[in-house]
Structure formats: structure tokens, C-alpha cells
Design a protein around this ligand. Structure first.
Ligand code: NAD
Length: 480
């Protein structure tokens, strides 16, 4: 079945290339899909360019665009089970987590649908001159390249597709080559919802062949990218010669700060979810635990006791609480970080070796791992391992906690645990991160902006700024 979607038509890759998609939980073949090359990427850009320059979508009233997004939200809810299953097969993620993601995805479309339907982003400017009508109107940026990762395939896609469409853009979507299925399914729903041909285009394939052309091509106006730091740097450089608008959602190495006066039970519970959710393959994961000296021993003992008891299993194993990593190569990367940490003096408290259970043999499993006595310079503390690996550092006081927390090139999220409200607020205000939780970890809502500071990227997704990212402000001055 052809899987590239270009100019409203399903098509096969021009070069005839295909890629096997295998489930990370057991290596079974999910499907074989088309693998786009430069020629396909170029055709998709051309279709998006035509649809932007001469199609109806950019000029469609925002109320109508908003209604289409709301219709997509309904269709996603109708097809929730099929989408969640496809997402779990591609990622190895537990089905309940994929189902949960589906609710968030529908809510994202609903949020941007309502915001777009309400319109009202244009503004009259009061110049003080009665002979002038001055206003700022918001227009779409143009053709957007939307490039997404494998850890939350459709969720990250929805954060881009919904506002891009709401603002009136056309786009070429390039999902991760490892997890293409829900993007294919989304194209079908957009068509069913009535989106005109050429507005949404899909190319599947590897970054250098299917993705890179989108970042270099002069017919593309904007690149919105979610993925790793190294790829982000490459994309920024590739977009520079044509001065494209760029938005980057990159990695994180996020601190979870626990003060001695924290609510012990909740702090332990959330410290586990913070880092082990989706096997640590979460950009916002609380992978660096900072614990106040006097709490350290009891806290880490309890955390390790519970981490050892987390059952691993495939996406459809109802007893499993954590699943496999995405690929063999990714597991090797995580193992290398743990080995480096141990060589640098970290103490292994649990995990650290592949499971030997026969039923997990064919998947890329790696257990929840806790490394104690870590120090800021260690690579396992500094770099994003993107696996189920928690590093533990101690701190004496608030000053040292903030210094350790901010001692990273990243700035995506962070959390602080304390029953002292003043301290929670103080520390939150000093963390250089796009999202900070006080006595919580991981929640987000589509109404609030998401994004990074420092090398976690720039630009925002979700919230009003998430829509503004896909708009150009134009000042129109009329001499009356
Ligand atoms: P990645 O950077 O390897 O790939 C991301 C996407 O970029 C893929 O679609 C890939 O094919 C494409 N790509 C690779 N090279 C390219 C190139 N030269 N030109 C154009 N496209 C190219 O990242 P990944 O391994 O898929 O995802 C994991 C990373 O994503 C982690 O670092 C994680 O923190 C980050 N992430 C960030 C957020 C956030 O909100 N900040 C959310 C999810 C994931």
C-alpha cells in the first residue's frame, strides 16, 4: 500500500525503497513502509507550496479552519483504539500509555480548534492620528516542515499540525523513520475531515534523505523540529542559508529536587514516574535526582526498593509497568552511559544489566537503574541518556540545590519538592527551564506553553505562543 501522501494522493517512494518497521518489544514485523528520498521530499514541498500559493486554505476564514480541527478531534476519539494500538506496536509503549496520549492528542486539536474558531488575534493600533487606520493582522508563515521524533510520535505531531493548520499554513510532515504509522493514519483523518488537497503532505524515511531536504529547500518557510540536540544544531545550520523561521524542541536533563521537608510518600512515588515513565524515553524526564543530605539515605533506599519491583513487559502485558527501549542501538547507548558512570565513580543501586527472562529475550529491554553518589561532571549526569537511568546527587541547602539543578546546557523542565511554599516558589523562579513543577512531575495542559531554555531549544508549542509560532504579524497602515 502506498504510504507517502503528496498533493492529496497516496504514492510510493520514487526510488522504490522500503523500510521494515519492527515492534521493539519482541522484534515482530509490524509492516513494511515506503522510504522517501530527496525526489519525494521535493514533490511534497512542491505540493505544499502550490496549496499555499494558490489553494483555498490560507484564505479560509479562521472560524472554518477551527471547525475542521474540532472535527479532527472527534475523529481521533472515534478511532482512539486503532491509533493507540498502532502507536504501541511502533514504539513498544504500554497500551494504556498510548491510550492516555490519544486523549491528549484529541485535546490538543480541540484546544487549537477552539482558539482558531474564536479568531480575534488581529489588533487595532491606536496611533493618536484620526487620519490613520493602523492594525496588526496575523497571517500564516507559509510552507512548514514538521519533523518529529519516535518517543511520542503522534503527540509531538499534533502539537505542530494543529496550530500550523489553525494558522492557515500548509505543511510537509516527516515523522521518525522508526514510528510512521500514526502519521499515516492522521493523514487519512485530515482528508476525511475535509482538508483540501496539498495542505497536508507526508514523507516517511531517514533524517538525512527524507528530512534534510525539507530544512534546506528555499520553497519551505519554516522548520519546526522536535528531537535531539545534535540534530537540532544541524537543522538550524541547514536552515540558515535561506533564513527560515526555526522552532526547536530539543532534549533535557531535568533536575528533580527533593528537600528534607518534602512529603516523603509523594516525592518517592513521583521521583519514580518522573524518570521511569516510558522507560525514561521522555524529554521532560526527571533523570537527575537531587536530594538534601539528611533525607538522602532513607529516600534512596525506598526509591530503590520500589524501582526493583517495577515489572517489565510488552505493550499488551497488563501487568507490565515499563516497556522496552526503542531499538538495539538505543539500548547500547544507554548501557554505555551507565558503564561510563560506574567507571567515573557512581554506585549502582539497582538495574544496570539486561533482563534474562525468556519472554523479554527478543525485545530491547533495560531495567530501571539507579546510580547513587553521582557528581556534576560525569557524562551520565551531563548528557541525555534517554533511558531508564536515574542519577542521584546530594545537596546541603537551597543555594547548592539551585546551582546543581542549573548546572546543565539544557533547560526543559525541573521540579522542586518541599512543604515550605515560599521555598517551592523561590526555587521554581530560579530554575532556568521552560516548565517547572512544585510538588508534582509531568503534568501539562494544551492551554500552557511548552518549550525549552538554553540548549533545550527555542520557540514554544501549545498555548497562545504555540499558535503564534505559525503566524507572521503584519502591520497594515491605511491613510484615511
Ligand atoms: P532525532 O534528533 O534523532 O530525530 C528526530 C527527527 O529528526 C526524526 O524524524 C529524524 O529522522 C529527523 N532527522 C534526523 N536527522 C535529520 C536531518 N539531518 N535533517 C532533518 N531531519 C533529521 O531524535 P529522536 O531520537 O527521534 O528523538 C529523541 C529526542 O527527541 C530526545 O533528545 C528528546 O529529548 C527529544 N524530544 C524533545 C521533546 C521536547 O518537547 N523538547 C519532545 C520529545 C522528544
Amino acid at each position: 500500500m502506498p504510504e507517502l501522501f503528496i498533493g492529496g494522493k497516496w504514492t510510493t517512494a520514487a526510488g522504490g525503497q522500503v523500510r521494515e518497521i519492527r515492534c521493539p518489544a519482541d522484534g515482530t514485523l509490524v509492516a513494511t513502509v515506503d522510504e522517501a528520498g530527496t525526489e519525494d521530499a521535493s514533490a511534497a514541498i512542491e505540493a505544499a507550496r502550490d496549496a499555499f500559493d494558490s489553494g483555498p486554505w490560507p484564505g479560509t476564514p479562521s472560524a472554518e479552519r477551527g471547525r475542521l480541527l474540532l472535527r479532527v478531534a472527534e475523529l481521533l476519539e472515534r478511532d482512539k483504539a486503532a491509533f493507540a494500538r498502532a502507536e504501541s506496536l511502533d514504539t513498544g509503549k504500554r497500551l494504556v500509555e498510548s491510550e492516555y496520549d490519544m486523549d491528549d492528542i484529541a485535546n490538543c486539536f480541540r484546544y487549537f480548534g477552539n482558539v482558531t474558531a474564536a479568531g480575534g488575534t488581529d489588533r487595532v493600533v491606536h496611533t493618536g492620528d484620526p487620519g490613520v487606520d493602523s492594525r496588526v493582522v496575523h497571517e500564516p508563515v507559509g510552507v512548514c516542515a514538521l519533523i518529529t521524533p519516535w518517543n511520542y510520535p503522534l503527540l509531538q505531531t499534533s502539537w505542530k499540525v494543529a496550530p500550523a493548520l489553525g494558522a492557515g499554513n500548509t505543511f510537509v510532515l516527516k515523522p521518525s523513520e522508526l514510528t510512521p504509522h500514526t502519521a499515516i493514519m492522521l493523514m487519512r483523518l485530515l482528508t476525511e475531515a475535509g482538508l483540501p488537497d496539498g495542505v497536508a503532505n507526508l514523507v516517511l524515511g531517514a533524517g538525512p534523505t527524507a528530512g534534510a531536504p525539507l530544512t534546506e529547500d528555499p520553497r519551505v518557510d519554516m522548520v519546526s523540529f522536535t528531537g535531539g540536540l545534535v540534530t537540532g544544531r544541524r537543522i538550524m545550520a541547514a536552515a540558515a542559508p535561506t533564513v527560515k523561521k526555526v522552532a526547536l524542541e530539543l532534549g533535557g536533563k531535568n533536575p528533580n529536587i527533593v528537600f528534607a521537608d518534602a512529603d516523603f510518600e509523594s516525592a518517592v512515588d513521583y521521583a519514580l514516574t518522573a524518570v521511569f515513565l516510558h522507560s525514561g524515553q521522555v524529554c521532560s524526564a526527571g533523570a537527575r535526582l537531587l536530594v538534601q543530605d539528611e533525607l538522602h539515605d532513607s529516600f534512596v533506599d525506598e526509591l530503590v526498593r520500589r524501582a526493583k519491583a517495577i515489572p517489565m513487559g510488552g505493550p499488551f502485558d497488563e501487568h507490565a509497568r515499563t516497556g522496552p527501549l526503542i531499538s538495539a542501538a538505543h539500548r547500547e547507548k544507554v548501557e554505555a552511559y551507565v558503564a561510563a558512570g560506574l567507571a567515573e565513580g557512581a554506585v549502582l543501586r539497582c538495574g544496570g544489566t539486561r533482563p534474562t527472562d525468556p519472554e523479554l529475550r527478543d525485545g530491547f529491554y533495560y531495567p530501571p537503574t539507579v546510580l547513587d553518589d553521582c557528581a556534576p561532571g560525569m557524562s551520565v549526569v551531563r548528557d541525555e541518556s534517554f533511558g531508564p537511568v536515574l542519577t542521584v546527587e546530594r545537596f546541603r541547602d537551597e543555594e547548592e540545590a539551585v546551582a546543581l539543578a542549573n548546572d546543565t546546557v539544557y533547560g526543559l523542565t525541573g521540579a522542586v519538592w518541599s512543604q515550605d511554599t515560599g521555598r517551592g516558589q523561590r526555587v521554581a523562579s530560579r530554575l532556568r527551564a521552560g516548565t517547572v513543577w512544585i510538588n508534582d512531575f509531568h503534568p501539562y495542559v494544551p492551554q500552557a506553553e511548552w518549550g525549552g531554555m538554553k540548549q533545550s531549544g527555542f520557540g514554544r508549542e501549545l498555548g497562545p505562543a504555540g499558535l503564534a509560532e505559525y503566524q507572521e504579524a503584519k502591520h497594515v497602515w491605511r491613510n484615511l
